[in-house]
Design a protein around this ligand. Structure first.
Ligand code: 5AD
Ligand code: FES
Length: 367
């Protein structure tokens, strides 16, 4: 028994070394690595992940200012607190002026990336979004603009890109078709989700994908499939966080994911995609009070503080217990600066393009 355990442990370190050297490992190895993990293996993994992180990004942390501009959503995902079926949610939409105010506050605090995130709200037609995107880019041309407004037709993605949007976040949620079906109502499809991601890449957005960890029905095989999917997709950003139940959803009684597994996966992803932007997410900070710091020390390099006006923050509740809903943007900014400094990292004022995206941008900026 002990011998078997030692052999497994040896395999674990070998797999971490292979991930470090080659950026990849076999299905079975990944599965064993995840299932056989323990504290010592995690420490070893995080050390390696920090080497890659610092090779590409130093000890610099990039900020993305999140503006949650609408919590209306036409979708009914079983896990999400702003699903249309949740009658208890207090709905809101920000006006264009309110959105621009958030950007101004953020700009003065040093943010150079704004993320417009919302539910799939038909009120925000592509035409309306185009206007907002152009106004932001006109006023703050030195900033990058990210959209996170769900699944839309190719032409709409194209029009928004032409209006000036640089990046798009659309988590794939799970790379397994059957698992996707268990998390979403029948009118949503995994195929459509994935085709949106491919469209976004093709149009030339810097793309962010990602998944929840330990969402209902998720197995280790699913997670391995996610890793392989991400390796193949090569997104510029990867957002992962623990599933956290929301009291007014069908998954209200499900168990939340752990910070421990999320951190382990951040470490693995840093080795598999060394140049990716990986946020230490709000969900991670919610499940563990030091989750964001631990995320950085496991290999993450981005933080996405909330710039939404304080009056609406408590309404954008995808899951229970979300942090920072009572704080002003300036408070979160100061808090994060302090937290990052305490672990030896610094927040930088920069658009923070991924090294991959910079390589693409370079020829244009020379002309
Ligand atoms: N727990 C954790 N993350 C969630 N998200 C949505 N609902 C939850 C939840 N209950 C995540 C999804 C979505 C992102 C915006 O938030 O992955 O893509
Ligand atoms: Fe919001 Fe600490 S980051 S209060």
């Amino acid at each position: 028994m002990k011998e078997e355990k030692d052999a497994r442990a040896a395999g674990t370190y070998e797999t971490i070394d292979r991930l470090f050297e080659e950026g990849t490992a076999g299905k079975e190895e990944l599965k064993e690595l995840i299932e056989g993990r323990n504290e010592a293996a995690a420490e070893y993994l995080f050390e390696k992940a920090r080497i890659r992180q610092q090779e590409h990004f130093g000890k610099r942390i990039y900020l993305r200012g999140l503006i949650e501009f609408t919590n209306y959503c036409k979708n009914d995902c079983y896990y999400c607190g702003i699903r249309r079926g949740n009658r208890a949610a207090q709905r809101y939409r920000l006006t264009e002026d309110e959105i621009l105010d958030c950007c101004r506050v953020g700009y003065d605090l040093g943010f150079r990336t704004f993320v417009l995130q919302g539910g799939e709200d038909p009120f925000f037609t592509t035409e309306r979004l185009r206007r907002i995107v152009s106004s932001i880019k006109e006023r703050w041309p030195d900033c990058a603009l990210t959209l996170s407004v769900g699944e839309r037709p190719y032409e709409d993605y194209l029009a928004l890109r032409q209006a000036g949007a640089d990046r798009y976040l659309l988590r794939h949620e799970t790379a397994d078709r059957e698992h996707y079906r268990k998390l979403h109502p029948p009118e949503m499809s995994w195929e459509h989700r994935i085709s949106c991601l491919r469209d976004l890449k093709q149009i030339g957005y810097q793309v962010g994908a990602g998944m929840m960890l330990q969402s209902p029905y998720q197995t280790t095989d699913h997670i391995v499939t996610d890793l392989e999917f991400l390796k193949e997709l090569q997104p510029d950003m990867i957002g992962i966080g623990p599933f956290i139940p929301h009291k007014d959803t069908p998954f209200r009684d499900r168990t939340a994911g752990t910070a421990e597994l999320t951190l382990f996966l951040i470490g693995i992803l840093r080795l598999m995609l060394p140049q990716a932007l990986i946020p230490a997410t709000t969900a991670l900070g919610t499940i563990d009070p030091r989750g964001r710091e631990k995320g950085i020390l496991a290999g993450a390099n981005v933080i996405m503080p909330n710039l939404s006006p304080s009056g609406v923050r408590g309404k954008y509740l995808l899951y229970d217990g979300k942090i920072c809903t009572g704080d002003e943007a300036a408070e979160c900014h100061a808090c994060l600066e302090r937290r990052m400094k305490a672990i030896g990292y610094e927040i930088v004022v920069s658009r923070g393009d991924s090294p991959r995206a910079q390589a693409h941008r370079a020829p244009r900026s020379e002309s």
